[in-house]
Design a protein around this ligand. Structure first.
Ligand code: ZN
Length: 422
């Protein structure tokens, strides 16, 4: 067994009084500049410097722990950040200096080397929580859009190979707990207590260290794909087409036909690229909130319950079956979603590809103007997803089409389960 493993045999609980480090670097959330705000230190290579709860990489921190446990990963590794800097510098924007505008992102998290070099030089392990790079997207539906002449090859946004050029930004959640509590209209203490209890007591500091105000939660990150010049996102005079998309692995990646997620996403990408081609800018933000943030196991259980219910899968019972299995129709919260938009300095969205009122209300409530709302075109809805789309429209999701009454909803039926079921 390697040396690093032996050292972990002595377990120090974070509730021990000797874990309270008076010399922790203070965090002044929403301060006017990064120096005054202070770095967020969440690495565990030197516990004494930590001024945040949780650690980097979201849910992947568990894999990191396993890697250390098996001796493959040096526990005291310090990141070498040479050449990792952003391909495009975003901001700073006014929202970065407002403690209430951004509560779930570290606005300075993309430029750790620039802002916190003096700390890094002193050996403090400050890590980026945002990374910006460039990519080309090769998507089947986009190639079709090019072939059919809906997207011209311009060499600037759409390459002659049929790929789309983008800037992509990975953003890890960094939660300022007092701000998060305020968004939910609750006491910080209550929020911390419930987070501690309902994760099986994962982070004792939530209750033992009220002085630590920042949490890096073990959840998925978000990714923003920018079509065109990222600087234009902050200019309300430049046309912006945007979709904020919650992950649906079954549809997004595997093309499962029970919902509209992939066609909505690829339609959004096509329109975002087209907007950039006519001098505007496009943005797709992809949030890891699988199955309405209930997870895939719950989602698949709901599919079966929907299809096996008396009378079959119908639009009239769509939300009801989810609530029966999960306890709630939808566990997503959109309260923090606009933080990504505000981080980019967005003030106006000209074309919002979303039918969700929760998303729309959250965006408008965060001070961003929305000009047009766009629902998914009828011809892109898969046959088995008619149940979902009609149920959503009847429940008040945004649409320009006619909304069905109860009788009509009963008639919208999904496919039955096939071979081997019962
Ligand atoms: Zn879906």
């Amino acid at each position: 067994m390697k040396e690093e493993i032996k050292r972990t045999n002595h377990v120090v609980l974070t509730s021990h009084s000797n874990q309270i480090y008076k010399e922790s670097i203070p965090v002044h959330w929403g301060a006017k500049n990064p120096k005054e705000r202070g770095p967020i230190v969440a690495t565990i290579s030197d516990k004494g410097n930590r001024n945040a709860i949780g650690t980097h990489s979201g849910s992947y921190t568990v894999y990191r722990a396993l890697s250390i446990a098996t001796g493959n990963f040096p526990q005291d590794h310090v990141a070498d950040l040479v050449n990792t800097h952003a391909t495009t510098v975003i901001g700073p924007h006014d929202s970065w200096k407002d403690p209430e505008k951004l509560v779930s992102i570290d606005p300075w998290g993309a430029q750790i080397n620039e802002h916190y070099k003096d700390y890094i030089d002193k050996g403090i392990d400050v890590r980026p929580t945002i990374a910006v790079t460039q990519a080309r997207l090769g998507i089947m539906e986009i190639k079709e859009a090019i072939e059919k002449g809906r997207l011209p090859v311009d060499g600037k946004i759409v390459t002659k190979e049929g790929d789309i050029k983008v800037t992509k930004v990975a953003i890890e959640p960094v939660w300022y707990l007092p701000g998060i509590a305020k968004r939910f209209n609750m006491e910080e203490g209550e929020l911390r207590k419930v987070l501690f209890q309902e994760t099986g007591g994962m982070f004792p500091e939530l209750v033992t260290r009220p002085d630590l105000k920042v949490l890096l939660p073990p959840i998925g990150s978000s990714t923003a794909y920018v079509f065109g010049n990222p600087d234009d996102l902050a200019n309300p005079d430049v046309e912006l087409t945007c979709r904020v998309h919650d992950e649906c692995n079954g549809s997004d990646v595997f093309g499962s036909d029970i919902c509209t997620c992939r066609p909505y996403l690829t339609h959004g990408i096509e329109d975002a690229a087209r907007t950039a081609q006519r001098g505007g800018v496009g943005l797709i933000v992809y949030f890891r909130k699988e199955g309405r943030a209930l997870g895939e196991v719950t989602k698949f259980l709901v599919y079966n319950a929907r299809k096996r219910q008396e009378g079959g899968d119908s639009a009239s019972n769509y939300f009801y079956r989810t609530e029966c299995v999960a306890g709630v129709e939808d566990a997503r919260f959109q309260e923090f979603m606009p933080d990504v938009l505000n981080w980019f300095g967005i003030k106006k969205i000209h074309n919002l590809h979303s039918m969700s009122n929760m998303k729309y209300d959250a965006i408008v409530g965060s001070g961003i103007e929305v000009v047009n709302r766009l629902s998914i075109p009828k011809e892109l809805v898969p046959a088995d997803a008619q149940v979902e789309i009609e149920a959503k429209k009847a429940a008040g999701y945004f649409t320009e089409e006619e909304v069905m009454d109860d009788k009509g909803l009963d008639k919208v039926q999904g496919r039955e389960l096939e071979d081997g079921e019962e």
